[in-house]
Design a protein around this ligand. Structure first.
Ligand code: MN
Ligand code: MN
Length: 466
């Protein structure tokens, strides 16, 4: 053998595979990648909030033979169940053939995304413009949320107890809303502020109207006109905002990005690009060996607190309930269970290369990203998966031809972040992060690769079937 050939082979044997995923799939799989993306885009456009994602999931689950779980229900292998947690999170299970004592395969993704929430007393008029006060939800660069079309989603609980569902700005005949920004001509002072203060929290006011009520000359006539429109449409009065959850999100639809259409631009990839593959994997799952449980959770972006977030007991209670139905108990089941915390990671961006360490960051098109630990400042806050569990997941991915990579969130001490991994690991479950790399994470318009999205689906499917 020639020396050159020998060196090449030795490199292949000893070095880590770093090839672009498109060099590693055939045309058949390339088609699967692009078909999967089409379905995902429909999901993204119709499920922009956690509540809408739950509605979508429940619809898909019922179509696929899942029934609503009631505590005490008799369960056996092959049963397909789900539990809707207050319309904002959903638990899904397919009962496996192995005794539940051998543990479950848990997939956890979140369905809330950064956005602007309306305050409880949002409506005001200033110089004959009507606006809504907002309080941003999750970690955002506030200046990015001005001058983009926004739609309004959520619910209002009226004084009479009636629940009104709101969705304005998605239909192309609907009006949209926006946060205004200062013209450059008059922005000298603003442009000298640091970026965190270019737009301040109290500047994120949603423009919602400008027309006075008929020939009324009194004050707050524009506000009156808006309230009158809302009363006629929804039967609500100003006090009803107090018992409402209204969320302003980008009004645009997801689109292919690039001449080659290899990427998807859209709002809320974090973490719907993991939630959707996780939902697909569990609905496509026939009877698995180990019981497959998928949770689509709320509140990750604000720290997972609250009864629809994963710091609460709702997941633990669900596992305990199904364990009991199958003659075991939740504690024993959780201790031998495994979890993929399905959340996104930052993709390497050549324009901002200096925040990432090139040997340890995720790249577009190099597959689903396995992240052993998250955290910041000395891994603070991470659950850090064991070498043993990382090894098991790596072997499994390779055996199922999943294209995967490893990456951590940025250079040491540049910043950091966390996922729900730690909260599930704290239940004594072996947990590791795995998800899709994202460009412009937490911006109104985020970007992912179709190949990486499909590999997440393949990875989650392999995991729950194992
Ligand atoms: Mn996330
Ligand atoms: Mn996030």
């Amino acid at each position: 053998m020639e020396e050159k050939e020998f060196v090449k082979e030795l490199k292949e044997k000893l070095f880590r595979q770093k090839k672009n995923g498109y060099r590693r799939i055939d045309s058949e799989e390339e088609k699967a990648v692009s078909d999967f993306a089409e379905e995902y885009k429909c999901f993204l456009d119709s499920a922009k909030t956690e509540r809408e994602a739950v509605c979508y999931a429940v619809r898909e689950l019922e179509k696929n033979g899942f029934v609503e779980y009631k505590k005490g229900m008799q369960l056996r292998a092959g049963d397909r169940i789900y539990k809707n947690n207050r319309g904002k999170a959903v638990l899904i299970a397919v009962i496996g053939t192995a005794p539940i004592d051998e543990g479950i395969r848990l997939c956890a993704a979140h369905i809330d995304s950064p956005r602007l929430d309306l305050k409880q007393n949002p409506l005001y008029e200033d110089n004959e413009l009507a606006l809504f006060k907002t309080h941003y939800y999750g970690g955002i660069k506030k200046y990015q949320w001005t001058t983009v079309p926004l739609s309004l989603h959520g619910v209002i609980i009226r004084a009479d107890g009636e629940k009104i569902t709101v969705n304005i700005g998605e239909d192309e005949n609907d009006p949209v809303f926006c946060v205004t920004d200062l013209l450059p001509h008059l922005a000298n002072e603003q442009m000298n502020r640091n970026a965190a203060k270019v737009i301040r929290g109290e500047d994120l006011n949603l423009l919602i109207g400008s027309m006075p009520f008929r020939d009324d000359e009194s004050s707050e006539s524009v506000k009156l006109n808006i309230m009158n429109i809302l009363f006629e449409k929804y039967g609500i009065t100003e006090s009803d905002f107090i018992s409402a959850e209204l969320e302003a999100v980008p009004a645009f639809k997801s689109r292919d990005i690039g001449f080659d259409r290899s990427m998807i631009g859209g709002y809320g990839h974090d973490d719907r690009c993991c939630a959707f593959p996780a939902l697909k994997a569990v609905t496509d799952c026939k009877t698995p060996v180990h019981t497959a449980v998928t949770v689509l959770t709320d509140k990750e972006e604000t720290g997972s607190e609250g009864n629809t977030g994963l710091c609460s007991a709702y997941l633990k209670y669900f596992v305990a309930d199904i364990a009991e139905s199958l003659g075991s108990n939740g504690r024993d089941v959780l201790s031998v269970s495994e979890c993929l915390s399905a959340d996104v990671n930052a993709a390497f961006d050549p324009t901002f290369a200096d925040v990432t360490e090139r040997n340890n960051c995720a790249y577009v098109n190099k597959g689903v990203c396995i992240t052993k630990y998250t955290g910041a400042r000395g891994k603070s806050g991470t659950s850090d998966a064991s070498a043993e569990f990382a090894g098991r997941i790596r072997r499994l991915m390779d055996s199922k031809n999943v294209i995967w990579q490893t990456g951590e969130l940025g250079k040491v001490d540049v910043g950091g972040g966390g996922t729900v991994a730690a909260y599930i690991a704290n239940l004594d479950v072996d947990t590791i992060d795995m998800g899709v790399p994202v460009l412009s994470m937490h911006a109104p318009y985020e970007v992912i690769s179709k190949l990486d999205l499909y590999m997440a689906y393949k990875a989650f499917s392999a995991f729950i079937a194992d």
